[in-house]
Design a protein around this ligand. Structure first.
Ligand SMILES: *[C@@H]1O[C@H](CO)[C@@H](O)[C@H](O)[C@H]1NC(C)=O
Ligand SMILES: *[C@@H]1O[C@H](CO)[C@@H](O)[C@H](O)[C@H]1NC(C)=O
Ligand SMILES: *[C@@H]1O[C@H](CO)[C@@H](O)[C@H](O)[C@H]1NC(C)=O
Ligand SMILES: *[C@@H]1O[C@H](CO)[C@@H](O)[C@H](O)[C@H]1NC(C)=O
Ligand SMILES: *[C@@H]1O[C@H](CO)[C@@H](O)[C@H](O)[C@H]1NC(C)=O
Ligand SMILES: *[C@@H]1O[C@H](CO)[C@@H](O)[C@H](O)[C@H]1NC(C)=O
Ligand SMILES: *[C@@H]1O[C@H](CO)[C@@H](O)[C@H](O)[C@H]1NC(C)=O
Ligand SMILES: *[C@@H]1O[C@H](CO)[C@@H](O)[C@H](O)[C@H]1NC(C)=O
Ligand SMILES: *[C@@H]1O[C@H](CO)[C@@H](O)[C@H](O)[C@H]1NC(C)=O
Ligand SMILES: *[C@@H]1O[C@H](CO)[C@@H](O)[C@H](O)[C@H]1NC(C)=O
Length: 542
């Protein structure tokens, strides 16, 4: 009884917290632009505005937090831009924009142009085109009344943090230009920073907008513990507490340019104390690029003892960086036609793909003829090591296999759909699925086709990369690839995981065949499901 009561209370508290955090009532600030023209009630402009705004909340595509639409003809065209803070989840984003739309039209009942900011989102509309134009006004400041301690140091660290964040955010794509991170130290408090541009801006405009805003810190929030400046095209905020959701900060990715967020003054005392936290740091090409000598040291001069195996693109070595991190180093064979700059650019792009079901790229090395990729070390070998071995296979119970399949599916979905690049893996197979300490699956070797300059903009290629047995027929025979050919490979992989049979195990037998033939010869679908899939209850994965 008591525990039920407790449960009930907990749920009540949760509900209240949830409804409270979403009940956005008034804007932080809004502007009705009286000088930009008025419309009359029930005019064409008014109706267009309503149509446009009603589409806003019914539109379910706002999954990256930026919304831009136009509606109407000629002088009655209405343009709108909605932007959610980069860490705000799609549901909350939609709710915030919906609230904005209701409130802004109430507060500005006849202005053609208006803008309103909530903490989590901004909405603006006008009869002029807003897209692709950097605008710095109207703007406003907010600050935390508390004074920062040790102001000079605080400012220095803050400045460096914001500069790095600007660097990160401007490199974003046309869906998202956002960065957030924190630096901590014992002398001053932890500083949390966030910068964002509307993603329609060019890199230069975004940088100019944010740099301009930051230069106004002395007027806005000099010496204060927290502050923010909001402009139509960009905004930043910093605080000494966490004000954004770090679990939903997709860009910037991890790994540390500690140097870039260190205050240059008295580094001898501070450098050991300032510690940017692992999951939230900023990284740039300088920190991704490693010296050949570093890698030589890490891998014992590529000793045979460190050699883990031979991948499709060259040998792989185990290594330990000087900070103690275990890594796997892939020494690429020297047949890439790509130039150094292209290679570097591709690595930078691939390094931005971060997902728990993808093996993380930590760095690369480009020196003379050497091209090396440095990945996080994934301890439990690859999937083929387990599923094709009669003894080890037993360690993978249904629950583990289910988890592994789910992980591969999520990683693949991210590569295909949710990441900033559409990456077709093209060589998905058991030996490319690595298993971490918790036996979660991580896809490796993604982006290799890009690194090797196989033209991915074409829908067909003369150079078929991949492994027979996993490749979709249209890819093998005609060189046509798409996300569908990856899904085909995924299907083969699922069958392998479920049956424990290699897709091309035969050859020694007369009735040579592949797994697909085996499956279709040996089981009708009902049998297969009852045999194997009954425990894999989530068929939706397929
Ligand atoms: C917007 O409306 C104002 C006032 O009605 C008008 O002066 C201006 O030309 C309009 N802008 C566009 C791009 O139609
Ligand atoms: C628009 O309407 C507001 C009042 O709602 C008024 O103050 C303003 O002068 C009007 N602007 C123009 C350009 O007529
Ligand atoms: C606008 O239209 C609504 C119904 O469509 C009507 O009730 C209202 O009186 C109209 N307002 C004006 C100012 O014409
Ligand atoms: C509403 O949004 C959809 C996309 O979600 C778009 O195709 C459609 O044109 C929009 N309609 C209006 C009236 O803007
Ligand atoms: C945003 O608006 C611009 C100009 O109207 C248009 O070119 C662009 O395709 C739009 N983008 C989206 C995502 O609707
Ligand atoms: C938008 O807000 C209105 C009123 O505030 C509400 O009735 C409606 O359900 C909301 N729509 C969405 C999609 O949240
Ligand atoms: C912050 O410092 C200013 C002087 O620099 C002082 O006037 C103000 O009272 C201080 N505020 C707080 C909250 O300590
Ligand atoms: C690695 O090679 C360098 C010179 O190439 C040598 O000085 C060093 O001792 C070697 N280290 C190991 C562990 O073999
Ligand atoms: C996976 O790795 C962890 C830690 O390295 C180890 O404890 C565990 O036994 C491994 N699991 C298997 C099945 O090898
Ligand atoms: C494949 O690409 C070549 C050019 O690279 C083109 O000539 C050919 O028509 C394409 N084939 C198909 C099936 O798209």
């Amino acid at each position: 009884m008591v525990s039920r009561m407790t449960l009930f209370l907990c749920m009540l508290v949760m509900l209240l917290t949830i409804s409270q955090s979403y009940a956005q009532t008034s804007f932080l600030r809004n502007f009705c632009m009286n000088d930009k023209g008025n419309y009359t009630a029930n005019s064409t402009y008014h109706n267009n505005l309503n149509t446009l705004l009603s589409n806003l909340s019914s539109n379910t595509d706002i999954d990256y937090g930026f919304y831009n639409f136009s509606y109407g003809q000629d002088s009655n065209t209405v343009n709108a831009i909605g932007l959610c803070r980069g860490d705000v989840k799609p549901d909350a984003c939609r709710r915030c924009l919906n609230d904005s739309k209701v409130l802004l039209t109430q507060l500005c009942p006849n202005q053609k142009e208006a803008i309103g900011w909530y903490d989590q989102c901004m909405l603006r509309y006008s009869n002029r085109s807003l897209f692709n134009t950097m605008e710095t006004s109207p703007n406003f400041y907010l600050w935390n009344p508390g004074n920062a301690t040790d102001i000079d140091q605080f400012n220095q660290v803050l400045r460096n943090l914001l500069d790095s964040l600007i660097g990160q955010a401007t490199l974003g794509n046309s869906q998202r230009k956002f960065a957030a991170a924190h630096v901590s130290g014992s002398v001053f408090q932890t500083i949390y920073g966030l910068v964002q541009c509307t993603p329609d801006l060019s890199e230069q405009d975004c940088s100019a907008c944010l740099t301009g805003a930051i230069s106004e810190i002395p007027q806005c929030c000099d010496g204060k513990k927290g502050g923010r400046i909001l402009r139509p095209s960009c905004n930043f905020r910093y605080e000494v507490y966490s004000f954004y959701d770090p679990t939903n900060v997709k860009i910037p990715p991890a790994s540390a340019p500690k140097v870039s967020v260190l205050p240059p003054l008295s580094t001898d005392t501070l450098s050991t104390e300032v510690e940017a936290e692992k999951d939230e740091e900023i990284r740039s090409s300088e920190t991704l690029q490693l010296d050949f000598s570093t890698i030589m040291t890490a891998t014992n001069n590529f000793s045979d003892a460190n050699r883990l195996g031979q991948g499709g693109f060259g040998p792989v070595y185990k290594g330990k960086l000087s900070n103690g991190q275990d890594v796997a180093v892939k020494r690429l064979s020297k047949n890439s036609l790509q130039g150094d700059i292209e290679f570097k650019n591709e690595v930078m792009l691939v390094a931005k793909l971060q997902h728990r079901n993808l093996v993380k790229l930590i760095g690369f090395c480009l020196e003379r003829t050497e091209r090396l990729l440095v990945y996080e070390f994934v301890p439990n070998k690859s999937l083929d090591f387990f599923i094709f071995d009669e003894v080890r296979r037993v360690q993978l119970d249904w629950e583990k296999r289910h988890k592994i399949i789910g992980g591969i599916a999520r990683g693949l979905l991210y590569l295909h759909q949710d990441s900033r690049l559409t990456i077709i893996h093209r060589d998905l197979k058991a030996s490319n699925i690595l298993l971490d300490a918790e036996m979660c699956s991580k896809i490796s070797d993604f982006g290799m086709a890009r690194l090797f300059e196989v033209d991915q903009t074409q829908d067909n290629t003369s150079r078929v990369v991949g492994t027979y047995g996993y490749m979709a027929p249209e890819y093998v025979f005609r060189g046509q690839f798409s996300v569908k050919s990856d899904v085909y490979s995924f299907g083969v992989l699922v069958l392998e995981i479920v049956t424990g049979q290699k897709n091309s195990w035969a050859c020694r037998e007369e009735n040579e065949g592949d797994l697909l033939t085996y499956v279709s010869n040996n089981y009708c679908f009902n049998d297969l499901f009852s045999l194997s899939l009954e425990r894999l209850d989530s068929i939706s994965l397929l």
